[in-house]
Design a protein around this ligand. Structure first.
Ligand code: HEM
Length: 162
């Protein structure tokens, strides 16, 4: 792989990371608080979450593909020994584990729990089950956000060392 392709990959990787983390920051800090008193907030959250689900899937796929390209450029050996003994390998291994957990959480949150919570919220807003589903969805969303920050941190360590 040429140096030019590597640089392009890192550029795309960083933009995808901005989209993923920036999207969550916008939802948490701007969108949800901003529509708190809106009469139609449940439909707004449903429509925006559905839109972000698509953008998020593209961002995560892009992070994975460019991430693998960058690991290849750095000459990683795809062996358990490399990922458990070398400093770069251990950091990359940790990052791939964190990323895998992010993907699993996103699948549960975006395609099951989140949609169930929205449906329940639309039909029975004050039901105990609605509150439980909303609390669980919020919790998973926040765990995913923190893990994304950890992934970004590990990316910085991959480039600059511990
Ligand atoms: C939510 C997921 C991810 C986020 C937020 C993320 C974020 C970042 C960031 C911000 C950097 C740039 C660090 C810098 O230049 O200082 C980076 C670098 C890197 N990331 Fe990721 N990343 C993610 C997923 C992945 C995955 C899944 C892989 C591997 C399969 C990966 C492999 C890498 C590599 C190898 C670098 C170093 C690039 C270089 O050599 O300059 N990343 N990541």
């Amino acid at each position: 792989m040429s140096h030019g392709v590597y640089i392009l990959s890192v550029f795309i990787h960083v933009i995808a990371a901005c989209t993923w983390i920036g999207g969550m920051l916008f939802l948490i800090l701007v969108f949800i608080p901003g529509i708190k008193k809106h009469p139609d907030k449940v439909s707004l959250i449903a429509d925006v979450s559905l839109k972000y689900r698509g953008v998020g899937a593209v961002a995560l796929t892009t992070l994975f593909i460019t991430g693998i390209l960058q690991l290849e450029y750095h000459g990683v050996q795809w062996t358990v020994e490399y990922f458990t003994t070398s400093s770069y390998g251990v950091t990359a291994g940790l990052k791939i584990i964190v990323f895998t957990i992010i993907v699993i959480i996103s699948l549960i949150h975006d395609y099951y729990l989140g949609t169930k919570a929205i449906d329940q919220w639309k039909n029975q807003p004050d039901h105990a089950k609605t509150k439980t589903l909303r609390t669980l969805s919020r919790f998973l969303g926040r765990v995913s956000f923190i893990l994304a920050l950890v992934a970004a941190w590990l990316g910085i360590i991959l480039v600059r060392g511990w």
